[in-house]
Each structure stands twice: as C-alpha cells, then as structure tokens.
Design a protein around this ligand. Structure first.
Ligand SMILES: Cc1cc2nc3c(=O)[nH]c(=O)nc-3n(C[C@H](O)[C@H](O)[C@H](O)COP(=O)(O)OP(=O)(O)OC[C@H]3O[C@@H](n4cnc5c(N)ncnc54)[C@H](O)[C@@H]3O)c2cc1C
Length: 494
C-alpha cells in the first residue's frame, strides 16, 4: 500500500531511506535544514581546490551494490569505486613507515623490516578478526535487531568468540609485541569514534573489514556518493526540500502526524523516518514530556562518539611522501585517548590523519598543487574545551608544526587556501549530538547492542536512521540502518 512518508534530513541515511522507500512505491518527501544534501558527507570547493569534508574511506561496497540492485539500477552507471593501495601509509616519529595493503605479501615484506617478530601474528590476528566478522555480520550488522530476541542466531558460546569482554587494546597487546603494529591495530576503534582502551575487542572486526575486504575511493571524491543518491532521488521523483529545519515532530495520541518547521510551516505524514541524530530526535524534536522520565534519561545516557577537528589545506606543491591516506601517530596513544574521552580536552600530541585525494584525482588541486584534508580526533562538546579563535589557532599551529617535524618541510609556507571545521561546527551545521562525528561510541561492553533502535518503541510510525542508531556510524552501517528501518516497516505491514 502506498504510504506518505516524510524523511527528516538528507544525510546518507536519509537519502538511502528515501530512495529505498520510493523504489518500493511510497510517496516520499525529504526535509533538510541545510542548502545541500549529504550531511556530514560533504564537499567544499575553494579557488580551484576540492575537498571532501567528511568521510574519505569507503568500505563494504556490497552494501551499496545491494541498494542499487534494490532500485533496479547498475552501480557502475552511477559511481566508480577504485580500491586504494596502499590502504594507508603510517608514519612514526622515529622515521619508521608502513604502507599497509590488502596485498598480504607486500604487507608482510614490510613488516619484516620493522617488526619481523610479528609477521605471523599479523596473519593470526586477521584470522581472529575474520572469525569475529563471521559471528557478528549476520547476527548484528545485517540484523534489524528490533528486540533482543532477534539475537537468537547468536549462540551463548558465540559471546566468547566475539571477544566482548577484553578491550580492543588488551587483545591487540596479546597478539603483537611490536609497538608499531599495536598502534596500527588499536587505531581501528576510532573508525566508529571509540577509544581502543575502552571499546570491547569485538571492534577488532573493523581491521578485517578494511585489511581483508578492502578500502575504496569513489572517483571524483566521496561526495560522489551523495550525488549518485540524489540522481536516484530525482529518478524516483522524491520531493527534496532544502533550508527546511524541522522544529518538532507533531503527534496525535503518541502517533506521528507530521512536521512543524522553524519557519512556522507544517507538513503532514503517515510515517516519519528521522535521519536527525537519535538523541536530538527524541529530546529536542518531540515535545517535552512526550517520553517518560526514565526513557528520556536512558536516551540522554548514550555516550556520543568522539568528534574531530578538520583542517582543509590547499597547497601550491605536492609532498612525494604522502599517499592517498596517511597517518602520523602520537607518541603515547593511551594518553591521547584519556585526553579525548576522559579529560575531554584536545590531545597534547594528536595522531593526525591526512586524506590527499589529489594523489588519486589530480584535478582536485590546480596544476602542481595538492589538497589536504587533515583530521585529528577531538572530544565531543563539553564545558571542558571551548572552540574559539584562540583554541582554533593553537590547534592549527600544533598540527602544522607536527607535520613539518615529520618531514613535510615547508608545509605552512605552501598553503594557498585553507578552512577548518570544529566540533562546534558539526553540531551547528548538522545537529549531531555534542558534535559527534560517528553517532554513538562503542566505549562500553554492550553499547553496540544499546544503540537506539530503527523503529521507535515510544512513538508509533516513527523510524530512526543514521550513525546514532543501530548498527552504528560510518557510511556502510548508516546505509544498513536505512535498510533495517524499512525491513521493520515492511514487516509491520507498513
Ligand atoms: C570528519 C569525518 C570523517 C569521517 N570519515 C569517515 C570515513 O572515512 N568513512 C566512513 O564510512 N565514515 C566516515 N565518517 C562518518 C560518516 O560521515 C557518518 O557516519 C555518516 O556520513 C553519517 O550519516 P547520517 O546520515 O547518519 O547523518 P548526517 O550526515 O549527520 O545527516 C543528518 C542530516 O540531517 C539533517 N538534519 C539534522 N537535524 C535536522 C532537522 N531538525 N531538520 C532538518 N534536517 C536536519 C542534517 O543537516 C544532515 O544533513 C566521517 C565523518 C566525519 C565528520
């Protein structure tokens, strides 16, 4: 039966849901507060330089292939996925470098040069992470998981096999003796905005996804994904409305009725799919007291993922040391995560990530130049660290000095254009809870299972999608959240 559905937000979650619902024959409208679509996956063009401003690594391509199949379309007519090799170049202060690749032989040859004692452990660890993937993919990631009973495929004995009791760090320390490989494998916990010193070792599954299934780039930049989804929206006649911020979800007897916008206008809908952050959907977009005190407290208690501080630098030169993805590690990883998650301040010595898309797409910078997207992990917003002109300047200087000290000589002098994005901007622009960039963290043993569900248990006909909902943050999981919401919607007889 054809339903009238309003989607709040044109992030990757909102666009995916809109396209799937329209492909199923429903009448869909999308309401986005900003002037363009994509949400945190976005782009910025400055004087001939092009930057992705959010994601730079694309994984689990089978998720997007399935979406296009669902829509009776061929993915390759819309997007060009290219494997990135090496996946990442890692740099340490003592000059050690590691080009990590899906090509096991070339990776092992390199490990032989800086951590020969760990070559076998590298292979063993990937086997261990592959086992976690086998145990969790169908029962967790691909499972709509509306109620705990949906976990029935997960046998009691599997709880131990998914390694939910030790932390990422404890398990990694048991496998490796090399401090370099320890740091590389602990880093994967940051892919969903968590601390390796807090998150359960199950999160080690992320290393399998990247190192064995591969990491991809989308030609033209990651924003090509938003453009491809917008093309589908157009083909399915989806009504997308920009500069329309939802102020409230209107209800009648705890059942959705429609939307009220900040400009005073309204729209009616039988169903609402909210791609706004789940915490904000429940606590800000519903009238106060709609939820019981305990329900609101439970939602408030969900810990956001970390945030990030981004520098976009357009340079008049290229650095031959840089690959497409690059990481410059900190000296003391544990201290860095203590600062981010416990003290909630910017790390004194941050690990720095650089995406250099002009390495793969030279037209992203004028001839002879390069475009650096630089990201450091940052605490989610709190009173303990305030983003103002002074702190921004301080962080910028620290990052540039650190990169120069790692061999990017003359970086500061080669900047032609620049911009930055702070955690405060992530909140102001996308309304992500406390500026978090991946939704909710997995810092507690059960956090992954406690994420807000894709169908609201509190409000009839309200569905939730995006990084702050099950199964979590990052592009493929956000797209899965939309699929799950619609599976439940269909199961309930829509
Ligand atoms: C710097 C950075 C780097 C990242 N790197 C990677 C990576 O390499 N790989 C990866 O897979 N993931 C990465 N991520 C995570 C990824 O970007 C997110 O998980 C994903 O884009 C989130 O999509 P979403 O649809 O859940 O939410 P969002 O992108 O936040 O979309 C929500 C949309 O809803 C709109 N909205 C909110 N409230 C309202 C309202 N009241 N009314 C109307 N509209 C509203 C917002 O404006 C926004 O457009 C990164 C994120 C960031 C920020």
């Amino acid at each position: 039966m054809k339903r009238t559905i309003a989607v709040i937000g044109a992030g990757i979650g909102g666009l995916t849901a809109a396209v799937r619902l329209a492909a199923d024959g429903h009448k869909v409208s999308v309401w986005e507060k900003n002037a363009n679509a994509g949400g945190k996956l976005n782009e910025r063009l400055i004087d001939g330089y092009r930057f992705d401003t959010g994601p730079s690594l694309f994984t689990m391509p089978f998720v997007i292939k399935e979406l296009f199949e669902h829509c009776n379309r061929k993915l390759e007519d819309y997007l060009e996925l290219s494997p990135v090799d090496p996946l990442c170049r890692y740099f340490w202060r003592d000059g050690t470098r590691f080009d990590c690749s899906t090509n096991l032989q070339s990776t092992l040859e390199q490990i032989d040069t800086f951590a020969p004692e760990d070559a076998e452990d590298y292979v063993r660890f990937l086997g261990y992470a592959a086992d976690i993937y086998k145990k969790t993919a169908n029962t967790f990631i691909m499972n709509p998981l509306q109620k705990i009973g949906d976990l029935k495929d997960l046998k009691k004995s599997d709880i131990f096999k998914i390694d939910a009791f030790p932390t990422v760090s404890t398990r990694v320390d048991k496998y490796f003796s090399s401090p370099y490989l320890k740091q590389v494998f602990k880093r994967f916990a940051t892919y969903n905005g968590s601390s390796p010193y807090l998150a359960p070792a199950t999160i080690n599954v992320i290393s399998y996804v990247e190192l064995c299934q591969g990491g991809y780039y989308l030609r033209g930049g990651l924003y090509s994904l938003a453009k491809a989804l917008l093309r589908l929206c157009d083909e399915f006649d989806i009504d997308i409305n920009y500069n329309k911020e939802v102020k409230k979800i209107t209800l009648e007897d705890k059942k959705v009725k429609g939307l009220l916008f900040t400009d005073g206008e309204t729209c009616e809908a039988e169903y609402i799919f909210s791609n706004a952050d789940a915490t904000i959907t429940y606590l800000d977009l519903l009238e106060e007291n709609t939820l019981r005190k305990k329900q609101a407290e439970r939602i408030r208690s969900v810990e956001p993922s970390c945030s990030g501080f981004v520098l976009l630098l357009g340079l008049n030169k290229t650095f031959s040391d840089l690959k497409h993805h690059n990481i410059f590690f900190s000296r003391d990883y544990e201290k860095e995560f203590m600062e981010i998650f416990h003290r909630k301040i910017m790390p004194e010595d941050p690990t720095i990530y650089i995406a250099n898309t002009s390495y793969t797409d030279p037209e992203h910078a004028p001839e002879g130049g390069s475009n650096l997207f630089i990201l450091v992990n940052a605490p989610y917003l709190s009173k303990k660290f305030i983003w103002d002109e002074d702190t921004i300047k301080e962080q910028r200087t620290k990052i540039i000095q650190k990169l120069e000290s790692f061999g990017l000589n003359g970086l500061g002098k080669s900047i032609v254009v620049e911009d930055h994005i702070t955690p405060q901007n992530f909140y102001d622009v996308y309304r992500s809870n406390k500026g978090s960039i991946y939704g909710t963290s997995s810092n507690q043993q059960l956090s992954a299972f406690l994420r807000p569900r894709n169908k609201s248990p509190y409000i009839e006909n309200l569905y939730l999608i995006g990084g702050s909902t099950h199964p979590g943050g990052g592009i493929p999981l956000v797209m899965m959240s939309a699929k799950h919401a619609i599976t439940i919607f269909n199961r309930n007889g829509s």
